[in-house]
Design a protein around this ligand. Sequence first.
Ligand SMILES: [Zn+2]
Length: 379
Amino acid sequence: MTMSGSHQQRIDQPAQRPIRLTRRTVLRALVGAGAGVLLTACGGDDLDPFASGRQPTPPPSRAGDDAQQAEDAQAQVEQTGSQATSQVAPVVELPEPRVYVIPSPVSQGQTVLLLIEAPGAQTASMSWQGQTFSLLRNEDRFLGFFGIDANAPVGPQSLGVAVSGPGGEQLLWQQTVIEITSVEWTVDNIQIDGPNAALLEPSIRQADETTRLPFQTRLTPQLHWRGVFDPPSDGQITALYGEQRSFNGGPVAEYHTGIDFGGETGTSVRSANSGVVSWAGRTRRRGNGIIVDHGAGVFTGYYHLSEVLQTAGTVVEQGDLIARMGATGLATGPHLHWEVVVRGVTVNPLPWLRLLEFPDPYQELNPLNALTSTNLAKG
Ligand SMILES: [Zn+2]
């Protein structure tokens, strides 16, 4: 199957690292996994769904017959350009965009891939929980990642998608429903004594978050990473993501936003994948830390370090030594707190460490891989 994309200069992807998202892989996923959601475009309205505040009617559900969905997808993809969105009076006929949300349903703490096939389209965006994000374009495809908080409300949540053509005309807008399922996170009581107890003060936690926020929420419109992420340390995992934490016998105050690796002070900490250092600094709560921007709204953070060995703006490759383990900030002993942030939401890092848990956007984007994992959320 050949790509039929335009030869326009791509401004949003580095030429040396094209994203090869093939229709075939998407279809294979749908056929094999039986768990993706195939959404149909509703079209036919030229209002901007995100600017106007209007609530479009979601398309009818097609859940429950994935094999049929796959056949439908195959049939529609093999039609070449015959599905024009005539009601928006396009200058040229364009095929109807197709939208994939992977996986679906999605559980608390998961990363979600939104993939849109839209030949001829110029821009695409998504609206999720009050925020609108641009999607990254690669020829005929647009993609974006977003995260589900560990304590996100379960049940149906609305996702808006908009696609525009070269003249700014609306090719697609729709709102659909993503089902978020719950995870039974463990609850742990942590005893913090001595001087560290003062660091439990909410204002100190807030100051930490305020300091780091700008450096892990921006959108770099490229994918710097390749393949699966590597563990940032050889140490054993000592605490998992999502654990609900109470301190000193109090009520649950927060959840564990990453995973912890044990080790001695001075143990090497390596960049989990390629990227650019967006922040290197210190807060009272997290101690010494470093954040790496992997592009597409995906960041990794490394905390409680004894030493930070890179500075902001430095390009790092996967496996590069970036820091050394320590016990700075609110830590009961030397360890590495490592977290993955996707569009500002801390997500379960474990799926990012395993090829079979997460699609590789370059080589084998096979959304099936995101669907066949065992649920690691509980460890
Ligand atoms: Zn931790």
